[in-house]
Write a protein that binds this ligand. Structure first.
Ligand code: GLU
Length: 487
């Protein structure tokens, strides 16, 4: 097979939101397609009528778009293998169910729920694995025909016949074997006429030319049924690659109960898509060295299915936070400016009053101190509003009896400055003032920081002063001198 033939798919059921495990599946499929010059398909598996959620598909497409995982074929985009919604392909599944029935590889079954329940209980009592007993196969052709004519509720079941073990040659898991005699006669068409996941999935993967089925490990236990369907339909198997489970730190299966699993909620919290992708990429795969911080292209260049791990991957939120900060810091000031303007838009501050140049100075000064764009506002509000209170602990430690005089002298000196051109101008004035007062520079540096920002920490103090500008600095120092009272 030439590389250009690679076709992979992400096949979510639209349940309302995109799970981080789903993002990982989509990401690995996307990277595999890109790495092999193949096609990445989005297929919506919406045959479960009970699980329909309004707006789920739009949400899913939007979230994939946010993550930058553009698909080559799928809803809205189209393609030669559509429709890409399973609910629009019902006649196709019916056709293949009919073909299986004609070949004796599937059959109609008319059992009532009560009979199935009773069968199950009897088998459990005998400590047998619950499994359909092929009762429907004892019906004659005429009986089946009559029941169908009479509109009796029915399903179509796979007719699992004796034979050699079913072997799945999984790229991640290696060879996984199943005895045929433990495989249940899986329902292929439900009584509502809709196909089950198994039939629809296999038919679509075949018709859509999928070469590699890359999905979560929870589907491994269904794969032997799929392999049988391929066999009975006379189709070539795709390659399978089952991705390891995602685990909480206590090694339980990643669940909503222990934290967020929806990609949307990470997006809302301000995580960058490249950070989440980087993090999710590491859930079950690694470069092979200690590299943890990378961008999408580096991931694509290095991704192979052979490098996917077998062991469950632990979801470590600290690592996500670290990556988030690293990715934000590696964005250019212009890119961060866009994010910051979005945050300002959501806040009580006004974008129109803030120039790009001013915001870019803040971005550079705070770059190493923020992990999220919203933290520019949270950690340095003094760039956006007046100082209305002063950190009490800092005052206690830094604001001495002589400080008001020192600060007044400093404000006078700053006031006399002629167009300060950069932070060094503030530094030399402050140092000269300290010298003339006969004190160390530290005696002025700490108080002037709290006077102008209300806080004890922040960017370099001379950056702070330069960004605020002479007028504000002088005004804030004088206000602090008037309002800070020490006991
Ligand atoms: N519809 C299944 C899901 O929701 C797809 C599993 C598969 O990729 O085969 O995850």
């Amino acid at each position: 097979m030439s590389n250009t033939d690679v076709r992979v798919r992400f096949a979510p059921s639209p349940t309302g939101y995109l799970h981080v495990g789903g993002l990982r599946t989509a990401l690995y499929n996307y990277a595999f397609a890109k790495a092999n010059n193949g096609k990445f398909i989005l297929r919506i598996e919406d045959t479960d009528q009970n699980r329909y959620v309004e707006g789920a598909v739009e949400n899913l497409i939007n979230t994939l778009g946010w993550a930058g995982l553009q698909y080559d074929e799928g809803p809205e985009k189209g393609g030669d293998f559509g429709p890409y919604f399973q609910s629009e392909r019902l006649d196709i599944y019916k056709r293949y169910a009919d073909e299986l029935i004609a070949k004796g590889k599937a059959y109609y079954a008319f059992d009532t729920p009560e009979r199935l329940q009773q069968l199950r209980e009897e088998q459990m009592e005998k400590k047998l694995q619950p499994k359909y007993d092929k009762f429907a196969l004892s019906l004659s052709k005429e009986e089946v025909h009559a029941k169908l004519e009479a509109g009796e509720p029915h399903v179509v079941r796979l007719n699992v016949e004796p034979g050699p073990k079913v072997i799945i040659d999984d790229i991640v898991r290696g060879k996984v074997e199943f005895d045929r005699d433990v495989i249940d006669d899986q329902i292929l068409i439900k009584s509502d006429g809709f196909p089950t996941y198994h039939l629809a999935n296999v038919v679509d993967d075949h018709l859509m030319g999928v070469t590699h089925v890359i999905r979560g490990e929870e589907w491994l236990s269904s794969t032997h049924k799929h392999v049988l369907l391929y066999e009975y339909l006379g189709w070539d198997l795709p390659r399978f690659a089952h991705l390891p489970l995602l685990l909480n730190s206590d090694r339980s299966k990643l669940s909503k109960r222990q934290g967020d699993v929806a990609v949307e909620s990470y997006r809302e919290k301000g995580y960058l898509p490249e950070a989440l992708n980087n993090f999710v990429a590491l859930l079950g795969w690694s470069f092979g060295d200690n590299t943890e911080f990378f961008n999408m292209q580096q991931f694509i260049d290095s991704f192979t299915l052979e490098k996917v791990h077998k062991a469950g991957a632990i979801f470590n939120i600290e690592k996500l936070n670290w990556l988030s900060a690293e990715h934000l810091r590696s964005r250019s000031a212009d890119e961060i400016l866009i994010l910051l303007r979005e945050e300002i838009e959501k806040s009580k501050y006004n974008n129109d009053e803030l120039s790009d140049d001013y915001l870019k100075l803040i971005i550079e000064a705070m770059r190493e101190r923020v992990s999220f764009a919203f933290e520019y506002l949270q950690k340095s509000p003094y760039f956006f509003e007046e100082v209305s209170s002063y950190d009490e602990d800092v005052i206690k430690k830094r604001w001495k009896a002589e400080t008001p005089d020192h600060m007044s002298a400093l404000a006078d000196a700053f006031e006399k400055m002629d167009n300060p051109g950069d932070k060094h101008d503030y530094e030399s004035v402050l140092r000269a003032t300290a010298e003339s007062l006969g004190v160390g520079a530290g005696k002025l540096i700490h108080p002037v920081r709290v006077a102008t920002s209300g806080m004890g920490t922040g960017p370099g103090v001379f950056d702070l002063l330069y960004i605020l500008g002479k007028e504000k600095v002088v005004e804030r120092i004088r206000k602090a001198v008037d309002s800070i009272k020490i006991g």
